[in-house]
Design a protein around this ligand. Structure first.
Ligand SMILES: N[C@@H](CCC(=O)N[C@@H](CS)C(=O)NCC(=O)O)C(=O)O
Length: 215
C-alpha cells in the first residue's frame, strides 16, 4: 500500500458512521471518494463493498478493504503517515474512565439510532413495539448522561489536539438526530453548543447529511 493509492469508501451521505470516517479523512487531508449504497435492505455483501455483515462504511485501498468505523479512522491516520501524531486522539489514547464511558455511550447510541431507523422507517415495523420503545429509552438516557458529563469528558481529552474520535462521533450522532428528527433535542443544550462549535469546521461543512437519490 502506498500513499498514492486512491481511496474509496462504501457508504451513504445519510450515514453517521460513514460521516465519521469522512470527517477524519478530511481533517487529515486524505482524499476519499464515496461509493454510495442506495438500498440498505439488500442481502448481497458485494452491494456493501464486500462487508460480510452488510453494514457501511467499508474503506477500499486498492485491492484491500477494511470495515469498522473506528478501524477506518485508525487506518486513515496510518495512510496519512501520522500514526504517531497524538493530536488525532483515538480511543486507545483515552486515559480517563468518564471519557471511555462517554465513548461507549456514543457508539451504542449510534447503533441504537440504526436499529430504530432500520426497524421503523426502512422496514416499517410498529414503533410501539417494546423492542423499539426500549431502544428509544436507551437513546434518551444515553443523551441525558452525555449532556450531564460533557464538560468533564471534553476536559479529559488530551490537549492540544486537532480532533478526537469522541468529538467526531458525538457530532455525527447529534447531527444525525437533527437530520432524521428522531428524538426531541431540547433537553440537551450543552450537546447542541458543542455541535454548533464543531459544525464550523471545514470537515463538517464538507460532509453534510442528505438522502442519496437513486440514479
Ligand atoms: N460497527 C459498525 C456499524 C456500522 C453501521 O451500523 N452502519 C449502518 C449505517 S449508519 C448500517 O450499515 N446499517 C444497515 C443495517 O444495519 O442493516 C461500524 O463501526 O462501522
Amino acid at each position: 500500500m502506498n500513499n498514492t493509492t486512491a481511496l474509496t469508501l462504501t457508504g451513504r451521505n445519510s450515514s453517521h458512521f460513514t460521516r465519521v470516517a469522512r470527517i477524519f479523512a478530511h481533517e487529515l487531508g486524505v482524499p476519499i471518494e464515496l461509493d454510495v449504497v442506495y438500498d440498505l435492505r439488500q442481502r448481497d455483501a458485494e452491494r456493501f463493498g464486500g462487508h460480510p455483515a452488510l453494514k457501511i462504511p467499508t474503506l477500499h485501498m486498492g485491492t484491500k478493504s477494511l470495515w469498522g468505523t473506528e478501524n477506518i479512522c485508525r487506518k486513515l491516520l496510518e495512510l496519512a503517515g501520522r500514526s504517531g501524531d497524538r493530536s488525532f486522539v483515538l480511543c486507545e489514547h483515552y486515559a480517563d474512565d468518564a471519557l471511555r464511558c462517554a465513548q461507549e455511550l456514543v457508539w451504542t447510541a449510534m447503533s441504537t439510532q440504526v436499529q430504530l431507523r432500520m426497524g421503523i422507517a426502512v422496514c416499517k415495523l410498529p414503533a410501539d413495539n417494546a423492542y423499539f420503545e426500549k431502544a428509544t429509552a436507551s437513546l434518551i438516557a444515553s443523551l441525558a448522561w452525555l449532556e450531564a458529563h460533557i464538560d468533564e469528558v471534553i476536559a479529559a481529552l488530551p490537549s492540544p489536539r486537532t480532533t478526537s474520535v469522541f468529538e467526531v462521533t458525538l457530532f455525527c450522532l447529534y447531527e444525525h438526530l437533527v437530520f432524521l428528527r428522531s428524538a426531541p433535542l431540547e433537553p440537551y443544550p450543552k450537546l447542541r453548543r458543542f455541535c454548533e462549535d464543531f459544525s464550523r469546521r471545514e470537515s463538517a461543512q464538507a460532509t453534510p447529511f442528505f438522502m442519496d437519490a437513486k440514479p
